[in-house]
Design a protein around this ligand. Sequence first.
Ligand code: CA
Length: 757
Amino acid sequence: MRITTGIRFFPFALILALVAYPQDGAGQLQDGNGQLVRTIEEFDRAAANLQPGDTVVLANGAWTDVELRFRGNGLPGQPIVLTAEEPGEVVITGQSNLRFSGEYIVVSGLVFKDGFTPTSEVISFRTSSDELANHSRVTDVVIDNFSNPERHDSDIWVAIYGRNNRFDRNSLLNKGNSGVTVAVRLNTEASRENDHVIEYNYFGPRQILGSNGGETLRIGTSHYSRDYSNSVVQYNYFDRTNGEHEIISNKSCGNVYRGNVFFESQGTLTMRHGHYTLVENNYFLGNRKPNTGGIRVINENQTVRNNYLYGLTGHRFRGALVIMNGVPNSPPNRYDQVVDSLMNNNIVVDSDYIQLCAGSDEERSATPIGSSMHGNIIMSTTNLDPFTVYDDISGISFEGNVLNDEADEPIGRGFSKAPYSVEENEHGLRVPARPLIDGIGFGEVRLPVTRDETGAGYYPKTDRVVEFRSGDTLSVGAGTDTILEALENSNPGDILLLENGGEYLLTKYAYIRHPITITTETGDKALVRSEKASFFIVENGGALEVENLWMDGASSPDQPGNNVISTSRYSMNRNYSLAVRDSRVTNLDVNHTFDFLKVYRSTFADSIEILDTEMTNITGSILSLDKETDDLGIYNVENVTIRGSAFTDIQGSVANIYRGGTDESTFGPIVVVEGNEFTNVGLGSRNRSGASLAFHGVQRLQVSDSTWNASAPLDLHLTNGEPITVIRDVVMRDTGQIRANSDAFQTENVIYERNAQ
Ligand code: CA
């Protein structure tokens, strides 16, 4: 049968049988029929008069710059359906979104990819502030990298309004810009006590945002947090959802979180606001990855039971189990006291921190009352002092908890000791001895849902991040612009192998558009010079590793403000990384302010490393990561490592890292400066920081085993968030005292020497 007529009617069940044939034009709707639409005009006509049982089918292909608005009232058993000709073959891109409202609407099979919404939501369960969707469902839908190019332009990917809606088996991956991935909104009466179900979704990788606003799921807001949502969130898989320290931000009452898996995700399930939350049978698999956390309790009548937590390294608010202090008579946007809450029968294995009365300070002075920690098994050899008690814990009862023999127990009641007995069970999970598990009635320790059982089945759960050196090796002969040609021919993860001792000149900018390694074999370094203001420009999606190179400024233009490596000057919604190893950087001095790295606002590096490298005779700075100056808790880099390197005659600072504001939602910046020598660093008249290294708002800082000679001092500005700052085994020769706004940092073996002039 070959269909050639322009107008056709066919039951939805036949659609899949018909898709192999060419389709043209749109039919008119009849009750119970499916209608294929090929253009936004056809869609709008079809959507104008929807009846119970109607199905609108988007034709396969790319739908670019479409705002789909879909309204109708289906009936139980006769929903109105919006779907794809074939699931996964309808790709909505460009500046697009979907809004729908009414009763019994089902949306399925659509892929939103590589575009972004012109409004503040991609999929919205409403078409206006008072036209909401109820008894509706979004299923088998994908949103992948539908990220606003402006990194800090916030939007929500899925906003659930109304009541009795279901969001299930969807895949949400790679959100790059600010804003919650999925939000349940309670902003009008018609969206409260909503009984939504969010289940079997795949929440795929979300990069570190470097700011508040990177939550993966939020239910409610502080404003409506004392209202009930009664949402159920179950059997979802959170795969490296690292946006910020709240993976889930619960901000309303009566919600249930059951049987979810959190795989190597930075952050915690946070009961930020709202009461009567149930958190049970969730599995947190930190696998000892940095900043992985568990469950944080705030507010009243919270129940946390039968959860399994493994390999969580997060500290402070990101501990495996955290009970916060509250604010007396707290306003809705601060912290309600923990009252009548239970944290019972959980298994915590190889995790580092359990924090009680966390956040205790002058404002957060209300300690937990009427609460309990009973029947928890806590076994860890990774930190033998797992409990931190910040305040009065007399309002928490402790009974029947088990701790391994080696661990310290500062509480003095309600704990027994047992040998560390953790072994892998038949489901591949690390568990304590069976009698202990049976003793708390935990049942079988087994993932409640697997990765494969979640998300849209047709859509791959592949990772977008390409590792350095995962591609091919391309040999690059010495000469002019040979590196540029090699870059043009490269693929993500490739290695450009330069000639030992070869001389390379760049007469144009070398754009780094994907992860690339530029290196030589061990031996004489290749020498690279550039005639442009930047040698390398890391564009959105790029990342650069250089090893055994010599980068020299002698051919650079005689103008101020040159640099070796620059980010894009525009917003980057994908994080980059930069590694420099075993390299030399010399004579960046043709004019003033010749920096090694120049970054712009709205860019963010996961990691910047300078290892075993010499940098000499530079009129600018090495790492100036201080471009987010609005004091909103936004910053430019998560991890910085400077190790085994020598910096000589540097007029600017070697590192200037700035994170302003009082926000507590992020982990970084995290900085290690170890085994370096700084000689005549930071004394140039244009160095506004006046420091050799300046750290403002860094959350973890270690400076060690380093020597300063006749350099500007180290400058510390400690802000909130209980930053951990350690300065040890350093010699400051003919260099000023460490400057700091606070003495809340540790020093050990800091030696100041004066040599005779
Ligand atoms: Ca947050």
